[in-house]
Design a protein around this ligand. Structure first.
Ligand code: AMP
Ligand code: GLY
Length: 424
């Protein structure tokens, strides 16, 4: 079958790399893709927001399945548009994508179904929000309700910071996303994520991971899209995984189904674990980036039949095989990221790095005059397998050290929590 992937980041390169190995695949397309994806798929120039154009491309190229990577086209309803045109699409409907698109929607679902999460209040004006914030313990968390590209969360250490954050939201700092906000309790513990393949009724665990959101070593500096990740996350032991499934994921799927918005696609639970108890921080309705890269390295099963089963409601009959290895990915980003950065610098030394244990997944890259150039903030994901996180980390950094890109940087401590635990 022919498959189209929507997206052009490291996540989509990892999905493309894995799907390209599928027995059932005929031609793989990707839009917009990047220089790495071009090695495993045919790139197409399409505007994912132009649904008729995507449908037209699918019809012309006999696409039987569209895999939507990022949240924006999901929330904008691309999956419904494709399905209405008779084209199978992997990902949630826009109604189900509200789990990521509206924090209030998710918090209210949690409240209705007793899903463990931080205590919260919802506000649509600054004075009431400020009155509430003044009465709360510190730190306190202020969140824009809608999609804010990972930037709509402020952890305020002082009441003054909280009041300023509330003003910023209502004064348009996060655009439409901030016209409603939630204020929630600050959770302590260790953060991890868990991914599930969902078909509306069933959830098949896709593994656990830990991201490194801050730009600087030791988890300092501003938040980014993610500077590196590893899988599995040791804090997610069997007991925590069972609690996550029973107390968080199953009630969510039931609740969504009861609302007439059954969830299909990847449900990504951002969790805080304290004393063996997981609490939901937030949902995303897609694979994480860079978490997808480590999951795809560990996945032994063919991905394509799993995605098709999720679309068709047949996951109850499926199982997934995983490698025993751990995987770790290091993000190389352009100097200046997540602030302003230059585009167009030349990257050398990536050509001969891929091996049985190492894959370099591309994010913001292109080929210019035969040379690999950086075109984005996050640019490469150097990903490695190992018998544990320590070995995967060693292999990943050995590969990073072969890359010659003076205009880029990476964190040198990806995996530190697992390493500190003795990384079994
Ligand atoms: P999000 O954009 O919702 O993923 O939030 C960004 C980050 O803020 C999360 O990964 C957490 O590290 C942190 N965060 C969000 N909500 C809370 C909370 N209630 N308590 C503590 N940390 C939080
Ligand atoms: N790595 C975090 C995310 O994909 O949202």
């Amino acid at each position: 079958m022919n498959v189209l992937i929507i997206g052009g980041g490291g996540r989509e390169h990892a999905l493309a790399w894995k799907l390209a190995q599928s027995a059932g695949l005929n031609t793989l397309y990707c839009t917009p893709g990047n220089a790495g994806i071009a090695n495993v798929a045919t790139l197409a120039a399409l505007d994912a927001g132009d649904h008729p154009a995507v449908i037209g491309f699918c019809t012309t190229n006999q696409i039987s399945l569209v895999v939507v990577g990022p949240e924006v086209p999901l929330v904008a309803g691309l999956v419904d548009a494709l399905e209405n045109a008779g084209i199978a699409a992997f990902g949630p409907s826009p109604k189900a994508a509200r789990l990521e698109g509206s924090k209030t929607f998710t918090k209210e679902l949690c409240a209705r179904h007793n899903i463990p999460t931080a205590a919260f209040q919802h506000f649509n004006n600054a004075p009431k929000a400020k009155m509430y914030a003044r009465q709360q313990d510190l730190p306190i968390v202020i969140k824009a309700d809608g999609l804010a590209a990972g930037k709509g969360v402020i952890i305020a250490e002082t009441t003054n910071d909280a009041l300023n954050a509330i003003d910023d939201c209502f004064e348009g700092e996060f655009g439409e996303a901030g016209t409603e906000i939630i204020i929630e309790e600050f959770l302590t513990g260790e953060e991890a994520s868990m991914f599930f393949l969902c078909d509306g009724q069933n959830a098949l665990p896709l593994g656990t991971a830990q991201d490194h959101k801050r730009v600087g070593e030791g988890d300092c500096g501003p938040n980014t899209g993610g500077m590196g990740a590893y899988s599995p996350a040791p804090v997610m032991d069997d007991a925590v995984i069972q609690k996550t499934i029973n107390q968080i994921i199953n009630p969510t799927l039931r609740g969504m189904s009861e609302m007439g918005a059954p969830f299909k696609g990847v449900l990504y639970a951002g969790l805080m674990i304290e004393d063996g108890q997981p609490k939901l921080i937030e949902y995303n309705v897609r694979f994480g980036d860079p978490e997808c890269q480590v999951l795809m390295m560990r996945l032994k099963s063919d991905l394509l039949p799993l995605l098709i089963a999720a679309c068709e409601g047949n996951l109850a009959d499926m199982s997934i095989e995983w490698r025993k290895d751990a995987a770790l990915t290091v993000v190389l980003a352009a100097n200046g990221y997540p602030g302003t950065y230059q585009k167009g610098s030349v990257i050398e030394g990536t050509d001969s790095l891929d091996s049985k244990f190492v894959q370099v997944f591309h994010a913001g890259t292109a080929i210019d005059n035969g040379k690999l150039i950086a075109t984005g903030g996050r640019v490469l994901n150097v990903t490695a397998l190992g018998k544990n996180v320590v070995e995967a980390q060693r292999r990943a950094y050995a590969a990073v050290d072969q890359i010659n890109w003076p205009e880029g940087f990476c964190r040198r401590d990806i995996g530190w929590r697992a390493v500190a635990r003795g990384a079994k």
